[in-house]
Design a protein around this ligand. Structure first.
Ligand SMILES: [Zn+2]
Length: 259
């Protein structure tokens, strides 16, 4: 017997629309749009099942190595697509396309979870001064002093689960900015040592929470920490990534893997 399609509530539509940020995740066309000369907004998306609602016999064969979701109509198994992509996805069903859509949806779910976690974690206000200080740093690359700390510890900390590009960003940031940031934080510490220690422990705690959510993806952990700092403070992501790099270099919590 065919499984019934569920009608989705307005709130569920809001979630599914919101996670796409307004664009069909396959073709990137806007999914709510205004026709030329009209004041009305048109809804240009449909709710598509990722794992098919009622697989045909050919699809069932193709799906043999894929685990069906616990609930076929759950929000975790549906995604907003423009009508063209939806029709193409269902009609020319390919397991590879389904896997691609699954990856996109898992990204949406991870983002939503990270944002929800971010809203629960507070951050000391000293961070504003630090980020503003970073935003104003101008370092002449020709005048960077010889490294005054052991850069190889960054390598050890990041050995597993981080891409070469991400490692590169952190290393360059650490080499370029470590000393001025450390000195500035020391200055702040003279005013209120406890506040800085609380701040460090807040960032460590958030890092650990992200590590728990993404145990095999240190790139994602790094990005989510930097985004949290940026969103919480409304300071630039650039400055937040520099500060996150500083903490990677500075804190024991960014686990040095055992030799
Ligand atoms: Zn589309």
């Amino acid at each position: 017997m065919a499984t019934k399609r569920t009608g989705y509530s307005d709130n569920q539509h809001s979630i599914l629309y919101g996670e796409t940020r307004g664009f069909c995740p396959l073709c990137m066309q806007p999914i709510i749009f205004r026709k030329q000369g009209s004041n009305n907004l048109n809804k240009g998306y449909e709710i598509a099942h990722i794992y098919p609602l009622n697989p045909t016999s050919a699809q069932t064969k193709a799906l043999v190595k894929r685990v069906p979701p616990p609930e076929i109509n759950a929000l975790e198994n549906v995604i907003a697509l423009c009508p063209t992509c939806h029709t193409k996805f269902d009609k020319d069903f390919l397991v590879e396309e389904m896997d691609k859509l699954r990856l996109i949806k898992d990204g949406f779910l991870a983002d939503a979870k990270a944002r929800e976690t971010a809203s629960q974690y507070k951050i000391q206000e000293e961070i504003y001064a630090i980020l503003d200080h970073i935003a104003e740093l101008s370092v002449d690359v020709n005048e960077i002093p010889p490294i005054r700390f052991d850069i190889s510890t960054v390598d050890k900390k990041l050995r597993v689960g981080m891409s070469p590009l991400q490692k590169h960003e952190i290393k360059v940031n650490a080499v370029t900015f470590y000393v001025p940031i450390r000195d500035y934080i020391r200055e702040l510490e003279q005013n209120d040592q406890l506040a800085i220690r609380i701040l460090q422990s807040q960032i460590n705690t958030y890092y650990l929470e992200m590590q728990k959510q993404h145990p095999d993806n240190k790139d994602a952990v790094f990005s989510f920490v930097a985004e949290w700092i940026s969103n919480r403070t409304r300071r630039t992501l650039l400055a937040s990534r520099v500060l996150t790099s500083f903490f990677v270099q500075n804190c024991e919590v960014f686990d040095v893997s055992a030799e």
